[in-house]
Write a protein that binds this ligand. Structure first.
Ligand code: SAM
Length: 230
């Protein structure tokens, strides 16, 4: 009886705390927008990245100016990356890859509505196709659209394909893009609390022994990978 009461209390406290933490994350994001004079009337969360992850990405962009950022899975995160890249470093190129035609159109329209029309942003549609990898067939982005990108990628945000498309949906990202990543590339995997993404993280660590991983207990869980110094 007492233990059930305790578990109930813990749930209520956790829920209350997480709603306050979410508000603080949103406030931090808005303060950063204001500091950099960025007008970005968007609401993050749900299918989009949460405010806490947006703040992590901004920290990564401030701490180590990026030249080429690749995002898998477009949406509100594209607007955040493009707006902050433009404010922080005009040389930074953002490439966002989207596998779903409808969502590609929706993101294109949203970016236009937000007035984000940077020359340094490329939103690319890369319809999913079958790819063989490690003895298994995967549905993954047709990466032929990336052929024109010659500079190494120094920030990779893996927020697609959708988790319900296949098991370990996001696994192919590293094996298929590894040769395009710079030596100091940071790889950010969203939805890190989900069992599939945990499995993807474990498998990447097995496949690429030079990776070091950090798990950040954000609202959805975030995995950050960096190549360790050899
Ligand atoms: C996690 S979402 C990507 C979200 C994006 N990075 C953002 O922050 O807005 C992964 C993919 O799910 C698909 N998607 C996004 N919103 C959706 C929705 N409301 N319903 C169905 N699919 C959606 C899109 O193809 C998207 O690339």
């Amino acid at each position: 009886m007492l233990s059930r009461l305790k578990i109930g209390c813990q749930r209520v406290i956790k829920k209350l705390l997480s709603s306050y933490i979410k508000k603080i994350d949103k406030l931090e994001f808005l303060l950063r927008c204001s500091y950099f004079n960025i007008r970005l009337p968007i609401v993050l969360g749900a299918r989009a990245i949460e405010y806490d992850l947006a703040n992590i990405l901004i920290d990564e962009m401030i701490g180590n100016p990026r030249r080429t950022i690749l995002e898998l899975g477009s949406g509100k995160s594209t607007a955040v990356l493009a707006a902050f890249a433009a404010a922080l470093n005009n040389d930074c190129e953002i490439v966002s890859v989207e596998g779903d035609q409808h969502h590609f159109v929706a993101t294109t329209n949203e970016l236009a509505k937000l007035g984000i029309s940077s020359n340094n942003l490329q939103l690319l549609v890369a319809p999913y196709k079958e790819v063989s990898l490690n003895g298994r067939e995967w549905r993954w982005y047709d990466l032929s659209c990336l052929e024109s990108i010659k500079k190494p990628i120094d920030l990779l945000l893996v927020d697609g394909p959708p988790g319900d498309m296949q098991t370990m949906s996001r696994y192919p990202a590293l094996p298929l893009l590894w040769n395009k990543l710079s030596n100091d590339c940071v790889i950010v995997l969203d939805d890190g609390d989900r069992p599939d993404e945990k499995q993807v993280a474990r498998q990447w660590l097995k496949d690429f022994s030079q990776l070091q991983a950090e798990f950040i207990d954000t609202y959805k869980g975030t995995w950050i990978f960096r190549k360790s110094e050899v």
